[in-house]
Design a protein around this ligand. Structure first.
Ligand code: GLU
Length: 480
């Protein structure tokens, strides 16, 4: 049997990590089994629709490399993948249900329904539509809501690939609406008809749908179709570990992570491990590796936490794996154009890759350091505040003479063998003898003009012998 999974978001605003995790799991299983992954847009609640969501959903999935075989932008064997363009299909299925006696138009006014509800409340029993089925069934004019007529009131037991055996009593069944007064189907109806027509074998979705599953099962039964495999994903909890992550509770637009310089590989790796446990020690997985090893059996029942620090850690691990050319492409996007141009002109951008690698978790860190003047001094001689050259417990004369001695030692290093290491070897012994901070602080400050920066050897190695000597000379002059 070919596996067919789908991701079925509603276009009601931005995608967040929760939705993407559902998409990822469904995608992984489809790819692992050489199956099919469908992107379906569930836009039957017109009141909740937010303009631009469709594009946003597609862009988010594309960015993360979750490609779909069928979807809103493709020619599909089953027709459109957008529910509002499939209304005929639902109406046809509705008529089949009417013909079998499994659906009826809801004859009641809102006031009548309200009265039923009140009565049930007074009698302390749950309000169920099925207790108020009309005796005489009208023909459906397509304007009244159409209700399902549950064929058999019974206890349902079913299997969930993650949760195991589940069951619910008769109170979980009711005559729910199939098609609303506005002509659009409900989620409860449309998704089942679509899953059928699209050949979906595995339904991956969030745990909030468990409570409605008996209703779905009664509809599958009425339609005489087999159940798909239900794969219920554990919730993703916010940082406090209690509340489920939601748009209102700080979940952010997935594309914001792109803006901040997260890598798709970092996000995908992190998300795969929220609610899936591969066993063993390995934590860093590429997307290809995940496709190989992912399995439904290892999906967890308990929720996982969205820990942003952990996400950054994963991101950093994947940044470290980037080939130099790709790293530079990213860096160029996150550095200001001035800094970028200056570093490139001086030919130091490439040399900075290992240092940038070491210092960032997300590419936006480069931008922040750039604004704080952290990168430009590798290309341009910085202005140096004289007082800050002088370490605590030292004076200007002493500092100038130590810098002079360091300079002499550095001048002895051959241009051709000038590296961070040879620079270090040249001054290390002297620095140890004088008290490291007394030599290395002014040296580093002379080179960078910054209170925080990589060590002076690293900087000197990158800016080269001439520029190093020039900067030290300037510092000595300014001290006198
Ligand atoms: N449209 C539903 C949602 O956005 C999808 C649920 C499902 O995958 O069946 O939550």
């Amino acid at each position: 049997m070919k596996v067919v999974t789908r991701f079925a978001p509603s276009p009601t605003g931005f995608m967040h990590i929760g939705g993407i995790r559902t998409a990822l799991f469904a995608w992984l299983i489809a790819r692992k089994t050489n199956g099919t992954f469908i992107l379906r847009i569930e836009d039957t609640d017109k009141a909740r629709e937010v303009a631009g969501s469709l594009e946003h959903i597609q862009e988010s999935l594309q960015w993360l490399g979750l490609d779909w075989d069928y979807g809103p932008d493709k020619k599909n064997p089953f027709g459109s993948a957008i529910q509002s363009q499939r209304l005929d299909t639902y109406v046809k299925a509705a008529h089949e249900l009417i013909a079998k006696g499994h659906a009826y138009p809801d004859p009641y006014t809102e006031a009548e329904v309200e009265a039923f509800r009140k009565k049930a409340e007074e009698e302390r029993r749950p309000f169920l539509y099925r207790n108020h089925r009309p005796e005489k069934i009208e023909t459906w004019d397509g304007k009244k809501p159409l209700r399902f007529r549950v064929p058999e009131i019974k206890r349902y037991k079913w299997n969930d690939a993650v949760r195991g055996e589940l069951e619910a009593g008769e109170e979980a069944l009711d005559d729910f609406i199939l098609i609303k007064g506005d002509g659009y189907p409900t989620y409860n109806f449309a998704h089942i008809i679509d899953d059928l027509h699209m050949g979906v074998t595995h339904v991956f979705r969030a745990d909030e749908f468990i409570a409605s599953t008996p209703k779905f099962l009664s509809l599958y039964d009425a339609l005489g179709i087999p159940y798909p495999v239900f794969v219920t994903l554990p919730p993703i909890l916010g940082a406090d570990g209690k509340k489920k992550l939601g748009k209102r509770d700080g979940a952010k637009d997935i594309l914001e992570y792109r803006t901040e310089g997260y890598l798709p590989a970092g996000i995908v790796n992190f998300l795969a491990l929220i609610g899936w446990n591969p066993g063993g020690e390995k934590e860093i997985f590429s997307q290809e590796e995940l496709v190989q090893v992912f399995s439904i059996d290892q999906i967890q029942t308990h929720g996982g936490i969205l820990n942003e620090e952990k996400l950054k850690w994963f991101n950093r691990e994947h940044i470290l794996k980037l080939p130099e050319t790709e790293f530079i492409q990213y860096a160029k996007k996150f550095l200001s154009s001035d800094t970028c141009a200056a570093l490139e002109t001086k030919g130091v951008l490439e040399k900075l890759v290992p240092i940038m690698h070491e210092r960032i978790q997300v590419f936006k860190d480069l931008t922040e350091m750039d604004s704080a003047g952290e990168w430009l001094y590798f290309a341009e001689t910085p202005n140096v505040e004289v007082v800050k050259l002088i370490p605590k417990n030292a004076d200007a004369t002493g500092t100038a003479s130590r810098l002079t001695e360091a300079l002499t030692r550095l001048q002895a290093v051959q241009e051709g063998s000038w590296t961070a290491e040879t620079v270090k070897n040249a001054v290390w012994e002297y620095a140890e003898a004088e008290g490291r901070g007394n030599v290395l602080w002014p040296l580093r400050f002379a080179l960078s003009g910054k209170e925080k920066s990589p060590d002076p050897f690293t900087i000197a190695g990158i800016i080269g012998k001439d520029e190093t000597e020039k900067r030290i000379n300037r510092a000595i002059d300014s001290l006198s």
